[in-house]
Design a protein around this ligand. Sequence first.
Ligand code: ADP
Ligand code: MG
Length: 323
Amino acid sequence: MITAVPRVATLTLNPALDLTVRADGWRRGEVNLGQALHWAAGGKGVNVASFLADRGLGVTATGLLGSGNPEQFETLFRAKGIRDAFVRVPGATRVGVKLVDGAAQVTTDINLPGLAATPEALEDLEERLLSLTQDHAVFVLAGSLPPGVNADFYARLIRRVRAAGRFVALDTSGAALGAALSAATLPDLVKPNIHELEAALGRSLAGEADVLAAAHELIRRGAGLVAVSQGERGALLVTAGEAVRARPPRVRVQSTVGAGDAMVAGLVAAHTGGLDLAAAARYATAFSVGAITRLGAHLPPDTELDAFAAQVQVDVLDGMVQT
Ligand SMILES: Nc1ncnc2c1ncn2[C@@H]1O[C@H](COP(=O)(O)OP(=O)(O)O)[C@@H](O)[C@H]1O
Ligand SMILES: [Mg+2]
């Protein structure tokens, strides 16, 4: 008998198309020569899908995509075998321009506004996401909400997807995170970075004890696994019965963009593989470390990823939730 590997669906409401232009020594107001140009389809859920596909998981990507400029996304999905379930909406997906002066080591960012979501598009999307609960076991809701979407949109989707008996992971920030963490139904997995968690809870988390207390608070409210990442310092992962700290090895960083998205992908992959908390922390940190050693949302080959995993320092903390 063939055991079906659970499929993962990722949701990206506010994808972004990044254009990187390298023009060494460029000067404002003058005619400049560029050296290179690179397009990259992104957005948190798209990145998570890309990382998971690199590990051979069956992935479907959904969300809202402008019908005016979908080519880079479609090319990525084809290349990685990601099923495209994006709802196409009129207009163009937001573009972020990165102007890189490699000589001066300075990057200038110009972010163009994104599409506003219409009620009809959101209705289509919600229907599509719920229909995916038929053959997807895990859902990843990731990234910011575009204009036109209420802050409680993720909270609503979490409730509905969990009611369908599916596992839900959330990675967002600001009011959307705040609303999701104060709703009646919390996600099975949430991965704020420390700044996002502080903002959502409205207090500063100065030391490890504060972070553990905050994670325990979310678990008491109903979250399954709380992973709080802290950049190069690593992450704390907390469940109702356990807590671990995972420290990454020192590596040559290419770009830390997507480090957190890779950690979400690693935690999801660990969940589908049935890993325990310590192993999940090691594996997910290896995903992040692997991701930051290259440009774009791509993981290194398995042997390199395994080597990073072996270098992650995992400590078990005394982490019982006090109820
Ligand atoms: N400079 C770095 N060196 C090593 N590991 C890093 C570095 N930055 C991030 N990481 C790894 O990536 C994980 C997630 O990064 P973080 O910056 O906290 O997330 P986010 O991208 O969501 O803000 C960290 O827990 C850590 O394991
Ligand atoms: Mg993040």
